[in-house]
Design a protein around this ligand. Structure first.
Ligand SMILES: Nc1ncnc2c1ncn2[C@@H]1O[C@H](COP(=O)(O)O)[C@@H](OP(=O)(O)O)[C@H]1O
Ligand SMILES: [Mg+2]
Ligand SMILES: [Mg+2]
Ligand SMILES: [Mg+2]
Length: 340
């Protein structure tokens, strides 16, 4: 019953309600449709776009790395010590590159999980991706590859081989981006700031770099860390003999390129890459994805696949190879106890 004897006709109420909804819709149509569009956009992401964006991010970060080295304004300091007691270095090259790479990706895809080795507390950068896809990517990957955005984890190493960067050993330095889907490394980019070369690969789609013609599995040349080596020499000699050639080199990105046939520079021609100390996922994910795209392998020293979601740690060591029976290689390694 309406108050004071006013009778409401059901039709009048219905018309009034409809008018109300219409006014509200008119006022908020823009907001509602952009929310719906935003929600739709959030649901999937194109891996080919992410590859092109990763290439652009690694190049933009690399420009900072190069400029700061050439200006000699590194402002070198220590972030602390590794588990083995080596100084973990940080320079303005790492930080500026992080800012370029992280914000370019995060501003373009705010809802993606992006894990960078470095962090900063300032306001960030207002860069956004041009959405330009390089021709060599379009040629190798003609179509979109959509995946749910919540399945994606992006790993950024704004400057790999910081130790060598401080020693002015420029050839070891790279910037890297990796895209993992449900923990699997799927897109990898390794950029060399001082030569301008960029290697990329996408699993199941293609790569712009390839393996060498042949590899020596019986008497392999093994590439290892020069500044975080641990007891790698004894480990390798136990597996492949005391006369095994061991090549110490800086950078996890560089060591993967030394297994391949990159076109920018002369590389030591390694047959496999072994790492026995702790290492983090932004150091290894891009190399893992490129190797995988080319039919190679990167696993722990027990031969387990590495999951690139969740925590940043890889404690099981590293064995990388291509065009070699990887399982057989694992079986030749001495027993591995990651707690030792
Ligand atoms: N024991 C360890 N603890 C932490 N980081 C390690 C490590 N061993 C290697 N790394 C990191 O892995 C990358 C390659 O190392 P290496 O040149 O010794 O092979 C370097 O990355 P950053 O330079 O990006 O920090 C290095 O810091
Ligand atoms: Mg570091
Ligand atoms: Mg690194
Ligand atoms: Mg780094």
């Amino acid at each position: 019953m309406a108050p004071m004897g006013i009778r409401l006709s059901p039709l009048g109420v219905a018309v009034f309600c409809l008018l109300g909804v219409g006014v509200i819709y008119h006022l908020y149509a823009g907001v509602i449709s952009s929310r719906i569009a935003g929600f739709r956009q959030k649901k999937t992401v194109d891996l080919r776009d992410l590859l092109a964006l990763s290439i652009e991010a690694s190049i933009q970060g690399g420009r900072e790395v190069k400029r700061i080295r050439e200006d000699d304004t590194l402002e070198e300091r220590s972030k602390g010590k590794t588990k083995e007691g080596a100084s973990e270095k940080l320079t303005l090259g790492d930080l500026n590159s992080h800012r370029k790479m992280y914000y370019l990706i995060k501003n373009t895809y705010p809802y993606l999980q992006v894990n960078s080795e470095e962090h900063d507390s300032s306001d960030g950068e207002a860069t956004i991706w041009t959405r330009n896809i390089p021709d060599n990517v379009l040629n190798k990957i003609p179509g979109s590859k959509m995946v749910p955005s919540e399945s994606v984890t992006v790993w950024i190493d704004p400057l790999d081989a910081t130790q060598e960067y401080t020693e002015n050993l420029r050839k070891y330095v790279t910037t890297m981006v990796c895209v993992a889907v449900n923990g699997d490394p799927v897109v990898g980019v390794i950029h060399k700031p001082f030569t301008g070369y960029t290697a990329w690969g996408m699993v199941g789609q293609g790569a712009n770099v390839g393996p060498r013609g042949s590899y020596n599995a019986n008497n392999p040349k093994v590439i290892v860390s020069r500044s975080h080596s641990g007891k790698v020499k004894g480990f390798i000699q136990q597996a492949f003999g005391n006369n095994t050639e061991i090549i110490p080199a800086g950078g996890a990105g560089y060591k993967v390129l030394a297994l391949l046939d990159p076109s920018d520079d002369e590389y030591e021609k390694a047959d496999m890459y072994v790492h026995v100390t702790y290492i983090k996922k932004w150091d290894i994910c891009a190399g893992n994805a490129i190797l995988k795209a080319l039919g190679g392998h990167m696993t722990t020293l027990k031969g387990e696949e590495i999951d690139y979601s969740g925590s940043e740690s890889n404690t099981g060591g590293l064995l990388a190879s291509i065009k070699i029976d990887h399982k057989k290689l694992v079986s030749r390694l001495p027993p591995w106890d990651e707690n030792k």
